[in-house]
Ligand binder design. Structure first.
Ligand code: AMP
Ligand code: ZN
Length: 112
């Protein structure tokens, strides 16, 4: 499958990996929107949050666990934001489920 994040997960495309388990991998975003901007993905391809089902939803917990563990490792006690863009209106550009973990700057709400 011609999927950028599957290729990053398979190490066919290099990235700066900051966290990895059997199921999840996280790496620095190539176009960071904050001093800390990490992308957290399942290794197994799921296209978007809209494709989470009763059968595959355990991975969502593992992705949030990754975010929590990364936040502890990076001492993000001041806070952080987790975002998952979905579909055209949600601004999703890579069709492989991911969380953005953003930190170390003040983030506006609502995001606009
Ligand atoms: P989204 O727009 O929510 O689908 O997020 C996709 C993210 O992937 C964007 O923030 C991009 O900057 C990031 N991205 C695209 N290509 C790469 C890459 N080769 N390595 C790391 N991050 C990437
Ligand atoms: Zn993929």
């Amino acid at each position: 499958m011609d999927c950028l994040f599957c290729k990053i997960s398979n190490k066919e495309i290099p990235s700066t990996v900051v966290y990895e388990t059997d199921d999840v991998i996280a790496f620095n975003d190539i176009t960071p929107q904050a001093p800390v901007h990490i992308v957290i993905i399942p290794k197994h391809h799921i296209s978007s949050p809209a494709d989470i089902t009763a059968e595959n939803c355990d991975i969502a917990g593992k992705m949030f666990l990754a975010a929590s563990e990364i936040a502890k490792k990076l001492n993000l006690e001041k806070g952080f934001r987790i975002v998952s863009n979905c579909g055209e209106d949600g601004g999703q550009t890579v069709q492989h489920l991911h969380l953005h973990l953003l930190a170390q700057r003040s983030l506006a709400w609502p995001p606009g």
